[in-house]
Design a protein around this ligand. Structure first.
Ligand SMILES: Nc1nc2c(ncn2[C@@H]2O[C@H](COP(=O)(O)OP(=O)(O)OP(=O)(O)O)[C@@H](O)[C@H]2O)c(=O)[nH]1
Ligand SMILES: [Mg+2]
Length: 456
């Protein structure tokens, strides 16, 4: 789930996509991050469908190969007539198709190979090994599966700077549904109405001055950006108080509780958005479930620095009971819409454990599905297509079933990410989501036990 950064420039990515049709590339493996070895490669890349391997050498060549068949360590020979090798140096890429009657790959547990001729990360090193140089092996593996010329493929320079593997997915031809599957009013009046409702909102109990909404989600899902977006709407200009961006580990390392004001000199609104460190699939990395438990109970203060190895509870053995005001009143899972099908089972289990914990405390929860603009080309063109896009509907259903939350509790949104100006369609979606969070927090406060009511 970690958002790795690709070494490809926009132009190079475009050139490679053009070789494959209307596709998108998602980076699964980066040797400098995951390791130059076969087991790291297979851990990230097995059973991912069609993939594109991209290597970079010191002579400036970007080269590699495409295979339409999964890596699966079957030990079998793969015939794949769609396979090809490519190279970009200056200008347009050159390609070398697999010769008919030849195997495109040996699907073993070793490092990736093409035609048993080219082995990437050979000997678990940043190195590409060219078996063709050894004619004995070339004959044994059935000769030249790919009729390339090593000078034009990689400039005879075998030392690699980087090696990446991308999942290749066809961009769906999205059908626009005749009737929207959810109703929303795309008007500036609706934007104004939602803003008024939120400005007037008061928590159901006078003892709670502001409701606390906790955002939890994988690294890079858009938690901090959601706060920045909401803050921008009420400030009337783009703001970037919470640090956001892409990194392989969480950019947010502190627990932050962000109030939002109604304009620069305005009053604070009735809610606080609590931002956390991103979740990671491994234990001992990213936000820890024990930390979440402490946050829910109101024990963790603003600016607390997370330490995945030593969670808060192990530091403070017997925390004093916090008041209702300091507890969390609504939990929001922030999930990147472009990464749903890539979510690992380990991360899914982690989220399920968190959900059990939140459920047991009776705190309402729902899901924000972000980056809808990157999920669907119809929505990229016009955000107002969000509820007529059959593909967004499918993704919302997928989130609902993978996280085990009702469909009505999954709200797709687009955060502000590169824009310089506010846009009312974007605001309507974001404010609708915020309004829903406030309703959920009200439901929680309406239902607290008399004992908790008194723990003020
Ligand atoms: N296109 C698009 N980009 C988004 C959206 N939301 C967030 N981003 C981008 O995604 C990247 C990660 O966003 P963050 O807000 O830093 O994510 P986070 O969940 O806070 O991540 P960590 O703090 O690292 O765990 C940033 O580059 C954002 O600009 C969205 O809805 N659409
Ligand atoms: Mg963040």
């Amino acid at each position: 789930m970690a958002p790795l950064t690709s070494n490809l420039t926009k132009e190079q990515r475009k050139q490679l996509c053009a070789l494959l049709g209307n596709v998108k590339l998602t980076l699964l493996y980066k040797a400098s991050f995951h390791g130059y070895n076969a087991s790291a490669f297979h851990q990230q890349c097995d059973h991912q469908g069609p993939t594109l391997l991209v290597a970079y050498n010191y002579s400036g060549y970007i080269f590699g190969g495409y295979t339409s068949v999964d890596y699966a360590q079957t030990g079998g020979y793969i015939t794949d007539e769609n396979a090809f090798l490519f190279s970009i140096q200056d200008g347009a890429p050159v390609t070398f198709k697999v010769n008919s009657g030849h195997n495109a790959r040996l699907d073993d547990s070793g490092v990736p190979n093409f035609g048993q001729q080219l082995y990437f990360c050979y000997n678990n090193q940043p190195y590409v090994h060219d078996q063709r140089v050894n004619m004995y092996h070339a004959k044994r593996s059935g000769g030249n599966a790919f009729g390339y010329n090593s000078a034009s493929l990689y400039g005879n320079d075998n030392a690699l700077i980087e090696c990446e593997l991308y999942k290749v997915e066809q961009i769906p031809k999205v059908r626009a549904e005749e009737k929207p599957w959810r109703n929303i009013l795309w008007t500036t009046q609706q934007r104004g109405k939602l803003m008024e409702l939120i400005k007037k909102h008061k928590p159901l109990m006078t003892s709670v001055s502001r409701v606390r909404i906790l955002m939890i989600g994988p690294v890079g899902a858009g938690k901090s950006s959601f706060f920045n977006s909401i803050n921008s709407i009420f400030m009337g200009r783009m703001t970037g108080k919470a640090m956001s961006g892409s990194s392989s580990t969480s950019l947010t390392t502190q627990f932050r509780t962000y109030p939002v004001k109604d304009g620069r000199e305005g009053k604070p609104l009735s809610f606080v958005l609590c931002d956390t460190m991103g979740l990671e699939e491994q234990s001992g990395a990213g936000l820890d479930i024990e930390d979440i438990s402490s946050i829910l109970q109101g024990h963790i203060q603003d600016r607390y620095k997370f330490n995945p190895v030593t969670p808060y509870q192990s530091v403070q053995k017997a925390p004093i009971s916090a008041s209702l005001q300091e507890k969390i009143h609504c939990v929001v899972y922030v999930i990147d819409g472009t990464k749903i099908s890539l979510m690992s089972s380990k991360l899914e289990e982690k989220l399920a454990a968190i959900r059990r914990k939140v459920n047991s405390m009776g705190i309402p929860q729902f899901v924000l599905m972000t980056k809808v603009d990157e999920v669907c080309p119809l929505v990229e063109k016009d955000l107002q297509n969000i509820y007529v896009s059959s593909y967004i509907k499918k993704k919302v259903q997928e989130v609902s079933s993978r996280l085990g939350v009702p469909l009505s509790c999954v709200l797709p949104v687009k955060n502000y990410s590169q824009e310089l100006e506010l846009n009312f369609s974007c605001d309507v979606l974001l404010l609708t989501a915020l309004q829903q969070m406030l309703n959920f927090a009200d439901d929680y406060l309406d239902d607290v036990s008399p004992m908790e009511r008194n723990s003020i």
